[in-house]
Every structure is written in structure tokens, then in C-alpha cells.
Design a protein around this ligand. Structure first.
Ligand SMILES: Nc1nc2c(ncn2[C@@H]2O[C@H](COP(=O)(O)OP(=O)(O)OP(=O)(O)O)[C@@H](O)[C@H]2O)c(=O)[nH]1
Ligand SMILES: [Mg+2]
Length: 296
């Protein structure tokens, strides 16, 4: 049973993509690992870590425009302190190329000097872009190249094959399909990945996702929740009963009726999930540094 569930979110194309990445690694100089700024731990894959741990790396905290900026700053400091190159990115709205090139050339400085000393006139730096599904790898690349060279969409599993792209005379980029770990370590990770749209919601029950989302908002962003839906709640009470009452109120407020006397609570749950995913409940981060140990 467990095996069956795992296979559902680790389909054949991901297994193939992982093999293809593995085969390219010997020629890769720098790995750019794209994480979701809202949850850098959940969007960091142990599975990919095992592939790339010996490579030079830049960590990108993408979708920073959807994250809580105070928390993103904590994350950025966290990576700096851990001596990991980090770049905060808003791939849909802000140019990334100058900062990325600066970081790549800094990392690669020594090897570049060696190559130049050897008389290699056109040294090449090969950069692999990798990360979970839907974190924005293709959007990041389109931003770098300032044109739509790779297909993007707001669902996981859009990029299927690899392609090399030229960033400048020296740097080549390789876009890759998003890969999830065949074994996701905890229920909370799965729930966060669904809210980030890295994992399709069909793998979990709607009620479970919605309750998690509501508890998260009540505990961490109560003002956002109150401002958006204008439904009062008690921050001290996140019992299942209280959460159920909240969804019933939400269904009433939006006139999600099943019959004259019954409201469609499922629709209210889906609404909350979609609004949170779409950023309508404000800029939120699901994880802060120091909550969990992170293995980079
Ligand atoms: N708000 C916001 N949305 C972003 C950002 N980067 C990407 N997106 C959106 O996230 C969705 C996924 O982006 P893609 O670039 O297709 O993601 P991917 O990592 O290539 O996904 P796969 O190819 O499926 O693995 C798209 O709807 C993008 O518009 C960002 O920085 N901010
Ligand atoms: Mg893609």
C-alpha cells in the first residue's frame, strides 16, 4: 500500500528524469537548486541532495514575492551563515541575470583562472537548474534569458525533457523536469508541498489539507485571515470542532448551499486552499529556520 502511494507521485517520467540528470552531472560545474522561498525545507529534496552534494551550488529562494519578507530575510541569513551561496528571486517580476552571473563567476573563479592559464580561450561553465516540480525552474530560466524559451504553467510536471540554453558566451544552462522524492518524509511535508502546488492535491484528502491550512493561518497569520474573510475566530482554539465551525461559516458567507438548510463545506475548504495557494491570504511563509534541522 505504502509502495503504491509512493509510486503515484514518483511517476515514470520522474525516474527517467533523475537518471538523465545523473548522467549529465559529470559535465556540470555549478548546480542551481531552486527552492520555494515559502518552504525551503519541504522544497529541498533529500533525493536530489544525494545526487548533487559534491557539486558547487547556489540555492535560489524563488517566489519570494509570495513569501513573508521577514522570514525570507531569516532564511537568507541562515544560508549565508552556513556558507551556502543564496539568491532571493522573484522570477516573474525581477531581473535575476546580473546577480546570478556574479555568483557563478565568484564560485567558479579559481577554475576559470586555471583554464585561462592553460590557454583555454573560451572556458565554459555548465549550470544545472534543478528542483521540485512547480518551484519555478523554467520561469527562472525564461527570466534569465528574457524570453519564453521554456514552457511554464501553474501545475507540477510541465517540463518533461532537458534542454541546454546559452546564458552568455561562457555560461550554458540546463533546465530539468521537477522531481519529487519517492519517499516524502512526513505528513506535514506532503501538506506543505500540496499548498506550494509541488505535489498534486489528489494525493491527500481535501479535509486534511484545508484543516492544516486553516490551523496554519490561525496560528501564524491571524490578521491576514480575519482581513480577507471577515469571519471571527478564537486564536486559542484550533480544535477540530472549531475548525469545522469556521468552514461552515465560510460556506454560509459565500452561499455555498447544498440544499436550503445545508451548506457545502467541501467547497469552503477548497476555497480556502485555493485562496492560500493564490496568495490571496497575503504573503506567507510555511517554514522558518530553526524549526527543523536541514541537510544541505
Ligand atoms: N508569484 C510567482 N510565481 C512564480 C514565480 N516563479 C514561477 N512562478 C509560477 O509558478 C508556476 C510554475 O512555474 P514553472 O517555471 O513552470 O515551474 P517548474 O519548476 O519549471 O515546473 P516543472 O517543469 O513542472 O517542474 C507558474 O505558474 C509560474 O508563473 C515567482 O517568482 N513568483
Ligand atoms: Mg519546468
Amino acid at each position: 500500500m505504502e509502495q503504491e502511494k509512493q509510486l503515484q507521485w514518483f511517476p515514470g517520467h520522474m525516474a527517467k528524469a533523475k537518471k538523465a540528470i545523473e548522467s549529465k552531472l559529470p559535465v556540470i560545474d555549478v548546480v542551481v537548486e531552486i527552492l520555494d522561498a515559502r518552504a525551503p525545507i519541504a522544497s529541498h529534496s533529500e533525493d536530489l541532495e544525494n545526487l548533487i552534494k559534491h557539486k558547487k551550488r547556489i540555492v535560489v529562494l524563488n517566489k519570494a514575492d509570495l513569501a513573508d519578507s521577514k522570514v525570507t530575510k531569516l532564511w537568507s541569513d541562515y544560508f549565508h551563515h552556513a556558507d551556502i551561496n543564496v539568491l532571493v528571486a522573484k522570477s516573474l517580476s525581477q531581473k535575476i541575470k546580473p546577480e546570478l552571473i556574479k555568483q557563478i563567476k565568484l564560485i567558479y573563479h579559481e577554475k576559470l583562472q586555471q583554464q585561462l592559464a592553460k590557454g583555454i580561450r573560451n572556458p565554459q561553465i555548465r549550470v544545472l537548474i534543478l528542483g521540485l516540480p512547480n518551484v519555478g525552474k523554467s520561469t527562472f530560466i525564461n527570466n534569465l534569458l528574457q524570453k519564453k524559451v521554456t514552457k511554464t504553467a501553474d501545475r507540477p510536471g510541465v517540463t518533461r525533457g532537458q534542454q541546454w540554453l546559452k546564458l552568455d558566451q561562457m555560461i550554458d544552462l540546463l533546465d530539468t523536469p521537477g522531481i519529487l522524492s519517492p519517499k516524502l518524509d512526513s505528513d506535514e511535508t506532503k501538506l506543505i508541498l500540496v499548498l506550494l502546488k509541488a505535489l498534486p492535491a489528489k494525493h491527500l484528502f481535501v479535509e486534511e489539507i484545508a484543516q492544516f491550512a486553516l490551523k496554519f493561518l490561525i496560528t501564524n497569520y491571524p490578521d491576514n485571515l480575519l482581513n480577507y474573510y471577515q469571519i471571527p475566530f478564537d486564536t486559542q482554539d484550533i480544535s477540530n470542532e472549531s475548525l469545522a465551525n469556521y468552514f461552515a461559516e465560510l460556506a454560509k458567507k459565500y452561499h455555498f448551499k447544498l440544499t436550503d438548510n445545508h451548506y457545502n463545506v467541501d467547497r469552503a475548504m477548497n476555497l480556502l486552499i485555493h485562496d492560500l495557494q493564490a496568495g490571496k491570504l497575503g504573503l506567507v511563509s510555511f517554514e522558518k529556520p530553526n524549526q527543523k534541522i536541514i541537510n544541505f
